[in-house]
Design a protein around this ligand. Structure first.
Ligand code: 0GY
Length: 298
């Protein structure tokens, strides 16, 4: 395959992903993906830490169809800051097949929150990854959490594994369900039953409304792409321990991934390795995301 490196180091997404061997169950949801721009219509935030290449809603729908998925949960990425217009535009043009996770700041009005809900937003994202954001004070995040909880929304949290110990009391104090991005970003060169990953598994046990996205083997793996075998035990442990609280997603268009250009067909083929039975696959890809994002249809 040609090299798709852009001049700022991040690669453009795969132009022709393979067809997965794994057939997702009917109604499968890609519960973590993004839309970027197009930048001339929905400009990127001046405060962004990276500039992506555009990844539009129509390109997302085409990929979803190719992979055999039916619905998408679009997560606001930091490069669009708290300007959720690209996300809302995508949901509005999805014919009811997309929902969203927004970024909001404390100055948002109740009217604006209700408008986001009507548009299909069901959660907010709090990002603690320092290379991506200047993190917000905890009191501001708590204030936002208290305001979104009555809407039935959840909070997506993205953090670096080494910071879980420091952040976990704060996370557990938040008054809404929590959804952890990318398995809590474990260092997969450490043991799957070692102290670090045990801390994350125990964190999930602390409340029964903590969910986990078993996503991003392409980010977590230390192996030569596209072999993500070192991530399998970590994903599988979470899926088998918390089968009713796991979600899966492509993370298309894979912002900031500098090592390789992921082939989403291969990412889909990672699913049966972490969720080896049809019953687990049904929960991971359909039942769980439907309960969280389309509860009125369950
Ligand atoms: C992801 C991961 C990353 C980026 C963002 O919001 C973002 O910019 O989430 C990353 O750089 O690890 O989930 O897309």
């Amino acid at each position: 395959m040609a090299d798709f490196v852009m001049d700022f180091g991040w690669r453009v997404w795969h132009p022709s992903p393979s067809s997965p061997a794994f057939a997702a169950p009917a109604g499968a949801v890609d519960a973590h993906c993004h839309v970027f721009g197009p930048g001339d219509v929905f400009p990127y935030a001046p405060s962004r830490k990276y500039t992506p290449c555009d990844g539009t809603k129509d390109q997302l729908w085409a990929l979803r169809k190719h992979l055999g998925f039916s619905r998408s949960v679009i997560v606001q990425a930091t490069c669009h800051g708290a300007d959720n217009r690209a996300l809302i535009d995508a949901i509005a043009h999805s014919g009811g097949t997309a929902r969203g996770v927004a970024t909001v700041t404390r100055d948002i009005t109740d009217e604006q929150l209700h408008a986001l809900h009507a548009a299909g937003v069901r959660g907010v994202r709090f990002n603690f990854v320092k290379r991506l954001v200047d993190s917000l004070p905890h009191d501001e995040l708590k204030e936002i959490a208290a305001r979104i909880a009555p809407l039935g929304w959840h909070i997506v949290i993205y953090f670096v594994a080494d910071e879980l110990e420091e952040l976990s009391d704060f996370f557990l104090s938040l008054p809404a369900p929590l959804v952890v991005d990318h398995m809590g970003t474990p260092d997969v060169s450490r043991p799957v039953d070692g102290a670090d990953f045990n801390r994350f598994v125990d964190f999930m046990a602390a409340r029964d409304d903590i969910w986990c996205k078993v996503t991003c083997p392409e980010r977590l793996s230390k192996q030569t792409p596209p072999f993500y075998g070192d991530v399998i035990p970590f994903g599988r442990r979470i899926v088998e321990t918390y089968p009713d609280r796991v979600l899966w997603g492509t993370d298309w268009p894979h912002p900031n991934l500098k090592t390789h250009t992921p082939d989403e067909g291969q990412l889909v083929d990672f699913i049966p390795q972490i969720a080896p039975t049809a019953a687990l696959q049904q929960k991971l890809l359909v039942d769980n995301p439907m309960r969280l994002y389309w509860p009125e249809e369950v």
